[in-house]
Design a binder for this molecule. Sequence first.
Ligand SMILES: Nc1nc2c(ncn2[C@@H]2O[C@H](COP(=O)(O)OP(=O)(O)OP(=O)(O)O)[C@@H](O)[C@H]2O)c(=O)[nH]1
Ligand SMILES: [Mg+2]
Ligand SMILES: [Zn+2]
Length: 297
Amino acid sequence: MNIKKNGMILKALSGFYYIEEDKTKDIFECKARGLFRNQKTEPMVGDVVEFNIDDKIIINILKRKNVMMRPSMSNIDNIILLISSCEPSPNSLIIDTIISICEYKNINPILIFTKQDIVKIDSYYQIYKKLGYKVININSYPYNNDNYIKQEVFTELSNSLTLIMGNSGSGKSTFINNIFNINIKTANISQKLGRGKHTTTHIELYKFNDIYIADSPGFSTLDISKYINIDLLYIQHTFIDFNEYIDKCKFSNCSHIKESNCNIIDNVTKGNISKIRYNNYTNIYNTIKENNKNTYK
Ligand SMILES: Nc1nc2c(ncn2[C@@H]2O[C@H](COP(=O)(O)OP(=O)(O)OP(=O)(O)O)[C@@H](O)[C@H]2O)c(=O)[nH]1
Ligand SMILES: [Mg+2]
Ligand SMILES: [Zn+2]
C-alpha cells in the first residue's frame, strides 16, 4: 500500500529532497519521480509536494506562488536583502535589482544594513525608508541580544517563508544565527572577505516557530545582472516611485530612457525621483535589452 502525504521541501541536495510532512512535521528523505525531467521541471526548496511515504518518491508538485531561479526556490513571501557597509561595500544596483525582482514576483522586500558597527552609512537607509520599504540597521556586533530587532523581524516574518540574499560576506548566515539562535557555518573573521568567497554552499530552509527562513550562497556584485529576468516594458512598474509620474509622459509607450517630454526624466531633474534609482532603472533596462538581443540572435 502506498500512502500519499503532503509536505514542503526544506532542503535539496544531491538528488535527495528533505520534506517536512504537513501534519506530523516529520522529515522524509525522498527522490523525485523521473517524470519531472520529461516535463523540464524539478522540485525545489519551498515546493509543496505530494509524496509516497513507502517508496519515498515525490509524485506531484503543487501550484507555485512564484519561482526564483537564482537561487532555486519557490513560494517565497519575503526576501531579506543584506547590505554590508563594508567588506563588501554596498551597491545600490544590487538593491534595486532585488527590489525589482520582488515587485515583479509579488514578494515583500526587507533591507537589512549590516556592519554598521564598522562603518556607518545612512544614505541608502533613508532612500528606501522614504519609498516605504522595511529597512533595519544592525548597529552593534556581536549582536547584543537586540530584542528590538528580534521583535521587528519576528513580527515581519511571522507565518511566512523568507529567502535571505546578499553579497558573499554580507552577513547572511550571521544574521540567521543571531536572530534565530541557529548555528550555521559563517566565514572566519580572519578570512579575506568581499571577493565572492562562499561559506554557504547550498540553499536550506530553517524553521523557527511559524517562520521559515532560507540561507543561500552569496553572489558577487558583478553577477547581479544574471539575476534579473523581467519583461523589458514591465521594469518601469517595478520602480514604485515612478508610479505617480508615469502616465504623463508625451509618448504612451515611453521607456523613460531618452524620449523627449518624458515626465520621469523631468522629475529626476526636479529632484522628485532619486537619481540613484533612475540610473539603476536605465542600467537594468539596458541589461535586459542586451540579454534579449543575445537570446533572439
Ligand atoms: N563587524 C561585523 N561583522 C559582521 C557583521 N555581520 C557579519 N559579520 C562578519 O562577516 C563575516 C561574513 O559573515 P557570513 O555570515 O559568513 O556572511 P554570508 O553572507 O553568510 O557569506 P556567504 O555564505 O559566503 O554568502 C563573518 O566573519 C561575520 O562574523 C556585522 O554586522 N558586523
Ligand atoms: Mg553564509
Ligand atoms: Zn517617460
